[in-house]
Design a protein around this ligand. Structure first.
Ligand code: RIB
Ligand code: CA
Length: 325
């Protein structure tokens, strides 16, 4: 059973991401939450090319006054095939938000080697780490293949990705993070890890609205809160047919909020398959909800979200981050 995170016993986490508007919100929430101890940010090709993701990660840490956290670039393409990129983050990856060019530099140690280094140290201290993935799971899949002996030091993997009882957001069936590297996702799901998925089924329940965005007002210019208000203000999809409202879905922040406030979520256990061959359904995540496949369940799949609770704690923690900076 995974111990609950607390300010007196902060949970060590690695955040693997492709910032990314919503990745940025997830990172800022984590930095404003004393229950989490962010050991490293690792970046992966996803919403934008790896170099842009990495630069954005450096910018976000400087925005939050946390340049002490190392940024390690990882894989710049999927395990098989060509990269695909996000649609809602702009060429710079942060929507309309402009942050100063970073003064800090990325680390030279590859993301996968950093993950291995942290897991090796945790194992030596008989501790464990949580890995959050907010983009394609290429880095984590490579770690699994290169260092299977270190997986016992992973307490849990909490990931944004997949679409189960809902259509895909990049193809008819598939969500972006899974579609961008389905082979990596299949390796992760098959690794026997303690895995929690925050799929579109969950993230589409946590939609922005003018009322919820108003909870992020009042930040000083250049503060994490002001930046968050700007990111949220530009995130609307204006597609009520698909989303049930005009707002935008909170994807990645659900991952770090889940670690701090799991009571806001309800999940179901199932075995997940990832489609890696079909042309039409490439990258689809398929859950065996009723144990028909004979396969052992390999994921907790979040299906219900207390959306107001998510936005409330998100605003509270990013506001406190802005006051502590
Ligand atoms: O499908 C949503 C996911 O794809 C989010 O993680 C977003 O940042 C993009 O990576
Ligand atoms: Ca992301």
């Amino acid at each position: 059973m995974t111990a609950a995170a607390s300010p007196t016993n902060p949970k060590p986490v690695i955040i693997d991401c492709d910032p990314g508007v919503d990745d940025t919100l997830a990172i800022l929430f984590a930095l404003g939450s004393p229950e989490l101890d962010v050991k490293a940010i690792t970046t992966v090709c996803g919403n934008v090319p790896l170099e842009v993701c990495t630069k954005n990660a450096l910018k976000v840490l400087e925005l939050a006054g946390r340049s002490d956290i190392p940024v390690h670039p990882g894989c710049d393409r999927p395990m098989i095939g060509e990269p695909i990129f996000g649609k809602f983050h702009g060429a710079g990856g942060l929507g309309k938000l402009v942050l100063p060019a970073p003064v800090t530099k990325p680390q030279t140690l590859h993301a996968v080697e950093k993950m291995a280094e942290l897991l090796r140290a945790a194992k030596a201290d008989q501790m464990t780490l949580t890995i959050c993935t907010l983009g394609p799971m290429t880095n984590l899949a490579v770690l699994i293949k290169l260092y299977p002996d270190l997986l016992s030091a992973i307490d849990r993997v909490v990931s944004m990705g997949g679409a189960y009882r809902i259509a895909g957001n990049r193809t008819l069936t598939s969500e972006f993070n899974m579609l961008a590297d389905p082979h990596a996702a299949s390796i992760v799901y098959s690794a026997g890890l303690n895995y929690v998925a925050l799929p579109l089924d969950a993230t589409h329940q946590a939609m922005t609205s003018p009322e919820r965005i108003a909870w992020f007002r009042g930040g000083e210019p250049g503060s994490p809160l002001a930046a968050t208000h700007e990111l949220l203000s530009g995130w609307a999809r204006n597609d009520p047919k698909r989303y049930g409202s005009d707002g935008g879905p909170m994807h990645d922040p659900l991952v770090t909020v889940y670690l701090v406030a799991p009571q806001l979520f309800q999940s179901e256990l199932a075995h997940v398959f990832v489609e890696c061959d079909s042309k039409l359904c490439y990258g689809q995540t398929v859950a065996d909800w009723y144990e028909q496949s004979g396969e052992v369940p390999n994921a907790q799949i979040v299906q219900k979200v207390d959306a107001d609770g998510v936005f409330s704690i998100l605003s509270e923690r990013i506001r406190s981050l802005s006051q502590s900076g």
